[in-house]
Design a protein around this ligand. Structure first.
Ligand code: DAH
Length: 353
């Protein structure tokens, strides 16, 4: 009987040595340690043995069981180790594969163009003055010579801000244009020396907001770049020269400009500046609506009332101001027919710039 146990053990260990994977290992366990294995039959046959034989065979069978169980655990661990080694070897990172390219980000087209406008005007001597997006009605309208109920308010539908002031719904607004920055800038400069305020040359770039129906031609938010120059002896000639030079630097050395009389409450006289259509060269096309000219900005000599509101004595100082929409310029230049692309965040649009 003890010999029989020896054979069982040897056969089992031999079989185990050739086991190469998890499945065969489980099968081996069923065959050699399972209920109907030779070893288990020895256990169940113990009762039929004589009293003398029983202890030794029982002891021997137990030893074989322990030995096989230990061998099973060992084999399991060994198999796992070699599987790990194999996968490290075969599934390892292949450094010869090409890497995954990063998609480089870039500035939004509106920001690109805004910076271009700022760069040109900075080179021409204008300093950037940053003004607030949330304004009071006083700065956004009244100090710019647009009193309550002035018809000019009709053109700038306004977002009113609930500033938590009791019985007040209409005194705080999102700026509808960058022009209120004119007052902030003038006051900042004139307050440094009220008797003899220094000449002022600033540009005011930033986002403006209007309560408009969003369509292909109008958005609720857009950038403007405002400019203002105040000093002694500034005339309309300075306005024309400065803005024509801006147009040449912005649209090309041959860019022709023309000024048409217009009306703004904060300037007197006021004008619109057109540049010759850079799409058709002035011959007339759908972009310039067959006129040969594109309207680029509004401008004028700063109204004496506005100068006064800014702390400059209008009998001594004069100035000019202008305001333009960089997104509009970009639309004209690239024939973008829908302003909603700008804030729609569609990469197919953004990637083109
Ligand atoms: N604030 C005007 C607008 O949003 C643009 C403008 C026109 C600004 C004439 C100026 C100016 O400074 O002189 O329509």
């Amino acid at each position: 009987m003890l010999e029989e146990l020896d054979k069982i053990q040897q056969a089992a260990l031999e079989a185990l040595a050739s086991v190469k994977d998890e499945d065969t290992l489980q099968a081996w366990k069923v065959t050699h340690l399972g209920r109907s294995s030779g070893l288990m039959q020895v256990f169940s046959g113990l009762g039929k043995l004589s009293k003398e034989e029983r202890p030794a065979v029982g002891q021997g069978a137990n030893n074989v069981k322990v030995a096989l169980e230990n061998a099973f655990v060992e084999r399991t661990n060994a198999l796992r180790q070699s599987e790990l080694a194999r996968s490290l070897e075969e599934d390892a990172l292949d450094i010869t594969l090409p890497g995954r390219a990063f998609r480089p980000g870039r500035l939004h087209p509106a920001t690109q163009n805004l910076r271009r406008v700022i760069a040109i005007l900075s080179n021409m001597g204008f300093q950037v003055f940053t003004s607030r997006d949330v304004e009071t009605d006083e700065y956004n309208f009244q100090l710019l010579n647009i009193p309550p109920h002035h018809p000019a308010r009709e053109m700038q539908d306004t977002f009113y801000v609930d500033a938590g002031i009791e019985d007040d719904t209409y005194s705080v607004v999102l700026r509808t244009h960058t022009s209120p920055g004119q007052i902030h800038a003038m006051r900042a400069y004139s307050s440094t020396n009220p008797d003899n305020p220094p000449p002022l040359r600033v540009i005011l770039p930033g986002m403006c907001y209007r309560y408009e129906q969003i369509t292909a031609r109008s958005e609720v938010q857009f950038n403007q770049v405002e400019g203002i120059a105040v000093g002694e002896g500034i005339t309309f000639t300075d306005l024309k020269g400065t803005l024509s030079e801006f147009a040449r630097r912005m649209f090309g050395q041959n860019a022709r400009t023309r000024f048409r009389a217009d009306y703004f409450p904060f300037t007197e006289p006021s004008a619109e500046m057109d540049v010759e259509c850079f799409v058709c060269g002035g011959e007339g096309c759908p972009v310039c609506k067959k006129t040969g000219w594109l309207e680029i900005l509004g401008c004028g000599m700063v109204n004496p009332i506005v100068l006064q509101n800014g702390g400059y004595d209008p009998t001594r100082y004069t100035g000019f101001a202008f305001g333009m929409g960089p997104e509009r310029q970009l639309m004209l230049r690239h024939k973008i027919d829908d302003i909603r692309y700008f804030w729609g965040n569609d990469v197919r649009f953004l990637e083109q710039f």
